[in-house]
Design a binder for this molecule. Structure first.
Ligand code: ADP
Ligand code: ZN
Ligand code: ZN
Length: 752
């Protein structure tokens, strides 16, 4: 199936076409489009691919996207239903985005409707309201600006509204005003008095002006930065650049200047970042630098706000779009550059439903739109590194920290046989004490939220497992409860052991909450700021934490990997890593790569200001060869060793993987299904030289009441794997029963 070609889909061509058939992609999990008839008042020229339509589906009206038109239907023209409505004045998805979706549908073997749906902001997927609809803004009139508030008498709410609008001379949207407690009746009353009036906003085609790009002057680049920027600025066509720059080397400054160049050509820039809610600083830096409109697109925005950003990007009103994974699909009127910050980050991979990798799709988008793509990281993924080293990408390097900052010093602390206080060696505590006393900040990293990973009976060793998963329940203190981090199941803390009835239940091990408690007791004079998923759920919570840290008073930050991501904490000079040993032994073949990236990223938070930083890593494995290479010779050398290993094993980037996962409440169903699939696949796979491994239980064999198994496919050649996957996907759709959930994951990033 294609999204745009006009060609017959019928296996047995029917006689002369009486009319046009519209092929519509619907948000249903099947790998085909649905045929509809246009209404008489809907001419063919209006049936553009990418345009949203409303159609009857079953008993409901749903929103779909035109994938193409054809002269015939394979399903019999007489049974076809008619389009209810053509939505919007223009297609929501532009030709390049349609091509990208087409490619993703084929590559990830995923349902077209789902892929196209993922490319739309929620509001366009769920509501028939037009994206190009006009919006209205309330603004003060001349009279409203000048009137004395006392003249409004006792109408206090009208006074409040005027005051509010005086703080916002550009006006406010009705929704926003309602949000501030100003009801529509008040607005009408004020309008009647001629104090306020409505202005139409958009569809904003007004373009930003090329001569007014910067709001502040750029930094003077150092020599390395200049070398990195030059080839980027010289490139105006598709090409992938990997900017490998140590933490704090000024990669962001390169992004800013590369974007400046792009804007000077009158083109827009698309910037992908891992998790914007966690790093508001990044967005802030962009907004500060540029005088042109910068809009963002991420999960901390409401659907309406996201649509507003999308619209500005689509119409060309925004110059820069910064967003997380799904921002990738936003149509831009005049794209000139794509940047993917922290390209190694796992959050670029969608882990359910349409399992795409936004980094890989961004590269494909760059190819389709013929624009340069810049990947940046201090710890590039092995895939990107391999591509850069083999010359497929342009490899740019920043080896020094920018400005005055130096790389932090690493110290490996062998804790075998050492007495530990709350899991920390005396040397660690001493270094913390010194740092705090010198007026600096300490970051303590521990990648486990909650109070303790286990609540255990001291008399018999019993501990509580999640009833729905193969996993122990994590003990949380505030509020006190047991929590399964895999399925979210929660329970009260039991009073006795369920096995021997003893009441001596003890939390075993360390989580962020407990560490926070312990450190507060050990360092009573210094505030402890905990940052993990539990303390940052509230909107703005992260921003508030960051603001406190930025004020620079000595304090201890305790947190999970949330703290590792791209933050700039100039006063942190000590990074204390309590325990990363587990990552050295994990079963997943990618675990070592991810552990090393996390370690380097956390370490990279140290000493980003004027004072040199120090990183202390506690370990029971000081001799572990990977740890030795990483710390003594750096990430690049470490990556070389891992790449050599992967080559021997035929694993990515040297071989290619796909994972067929199946899960069901009855384990026999999932295993039986995978066994059958495997038998069916065998001749096909053999002919194409694709290996099949399994079926085997997933790393977590039971999760949320379902038993999970998987079949792995591996091939040296990507096209061979692709051809097998295509046939497999069709087979699965035709044979899998309803009690079973299955999914295909092409290029999985975790094997769980
Ligand atoms: P990265 O993105 O590589 O981690 P940043 O771009 O955040 O690094 O830069 C780290 C710090 O160095 C920032 O405070 C930034 O303002 C500063 N910096 C970057 N480039 C320069 C430069 N050329 N001269 C002076 N300071 C710089
Ligand atoms: Zn017991
Ligand atoms: Zn669970």
């Amino acid at each position: 199936m294609t999204f745009s070609a006009v060609k017959p889909t019928s296996p047995t061509p029917r006689p002369a076409p009486a009319h046009t058939i519209v092929q519509v992609a619907l948000p249903v999990p099947v790998r085909r489009t649905f045929d509809y008839l246009p209404r008489a008042d809907q001419p063919v020229t209006e049936l553009q691919p990418g345009r949203r339509v409303q159609v009857p589906f079953g008993k409901k009206q749903v929103i779909g996207i035109i994938a193409g038109v054809a002269p015939h239907s394979a399903y019999g023209d007489d049974k076809l239903k008619t389009l209810t409505a053509l939505l919007d004045d223009e297609p929501a998805l532009t030709p390049p985005i349609l091509r990208l979706c087409q490619w993703a549908t084929d590559y990830y073997q995923h349902a077209a409707g789902d892929v196209l749906g993922a490319a739309l902001p929620n509001q366009l997927r769920n509501s028939a309201d037009g994206w190009d609809e006009r919006t209205w803004r309330w603004q003060l009139t001349q009279k409203g600006r000048l009137i004395g508030l006392e003249q409004l008498g006792r109408a206090k709410r009208q006074q409040d509204a005027i005051r509010l609008l005086r703080e916002h001379p550009d006006g406010l949207h009705q929704q926003l005003l309602t949000g501030f407690g100003v009801q529509p009746v008040i607005l009408r009353a004020l309008a009647d008095k001629g104090l306020i009036e409505q202005h139409e906003d958009g569809p904003a085609r007004a373009h930003w002006r090329r001569e007014q790009i910067l709001a502040e002057s750029p930094l003077t680049l150092n020599e390395e930065q200049k070398h990195a920027l030059a080839p980027l600025d010289a490139c105006a066509e598709f090409r992938v650049f990997l900017l490998e720059g140590v933490t704090g080397s000024g990669k962001t400054e390169i992004y800013l200047q590369a974007i400046t160049h792009c804007l000077q050509q009158g083109k827009q820039a698309l910037v992908l970042v891992p998790e914007i809610g966690l790093t508001p600083q990044t967005l802030h830096r962009f907004q500060q630098r540029f005088a042109v409109p910068v809009v963002s697109f991420h999960s901390h925005l409401t659907d309406r706000e996201r649509l507003a950003s999308w619209r500005k990007a689509r119409t060309g009103a925004a110059a820069i779009l910064i967003g997380t994974r799904s921002a990738l699909f936003t149509p831009l009127e005049n794209l000139g550059l794509i940047i993917i910050d922290e390209e190694h980050d796992l959050s670029y991979k969608q882990q359910d439903g349409f399992r795409y990798n936004a980094r890989d799709l961004a590269i494909m988008r760059g190819k389709i739109e013929n624009v340069p793509v810049l990947l940046g990281s201090a710890t590039p993924s092995l895939e990107s590194l391999h591509n850069a080293r083999s010359g497929r990408y342009v490899h740019l390097a920043l080896t020094q920290r920018a400005g005055n900052a130096q790389q932090p010093r690493f110290r490996v602390l062998d804790i075998r046989q050492k007495p530990l206080t709350h899991g920390m060696a005396p040397e660690m505590l001493e270094a913390m004490q010194q740092t705090l006393q010198a007026g600096r900040q300490v970051l303590v990293f521990i990648n486990r939220r909650g109070y303790a990973p286990v609540l255990m009976c001291h008399d018999c060793g019993w501990y509580k497992e999640c009833p729905h998963c193969d996993h122990r329940m994590t003990c949380h203190a505030n509020p006190a409860h047991l929590h399964c981090h895999h399925c979210n199941h929660q329970e009260r803390i039991p009073r006795h052991c369920e096995h021997c009835k003893s009441t001596d239940l003890r939390p075993i091990g360390m989580g962020t909450e407990r560490l926070e408690d312990n450190l507060t007791a050990l360092f009573p004079k210094f505030p402890v700021i905990r940052i993990d998923r539990d303390t940052t759920q509230r909107k703005q919570a992260m921003a508030q934490h960051l603001e406190r840290i930025r004020q620079g008073q000595p304090c201890i930050l305790v947190g999970t990997q949330m703290l590792a991501k791209g933050h700039h904490f100039p006063r942190v000079t000590l990074v204390a890593i309590c325990d990363m040993d587990a990552g050295l032994f994990a079963a997943d073949f990618r675990a070592t790569e991810h552990t090393a990236q996390l370690l380097m990223q956390v370490a990279g938070r140290a000493g980003r200001g004027d004072d040199r930083g120090q990183v202390i890593l506690q370990t029971h494995q000081p001799g572990h060869p990977l740890l030795q290479t990483l710390l003594a010779e750096g990430y690049g050398r470490f990556a070389t060793e891992l790449l050599n290993e992967r080559k021997l094993m035929g694993m990515p980037p040297f071989g290619h993987l796909a994972l067929l996962r199946a899960e069901s409440a009855d384990p026999r169903l999932a295993t039986g299904f995978l066994q059958q699939v495997s038998l069916w696949l065998e001749p096909l796979a053999q002919a194409a030289q694709v290996e099949i491994w399994g079926p085997a239980p997933a790393l977590m064999p039971k999760k949320a009441r379902r038993y999970r198994y998987q079949l792995m496919l591996r091939a040296d050649q990507r096209p061979a794997l692709q051809s097998v996957l295509k046939q497999l996907a069709q087979h699965l759709e035709a044979t899998a029963g309803h009690q079973l959930r299955w999914s295909l994951d092409v290029d999985p990033v975790t094997l769980d």
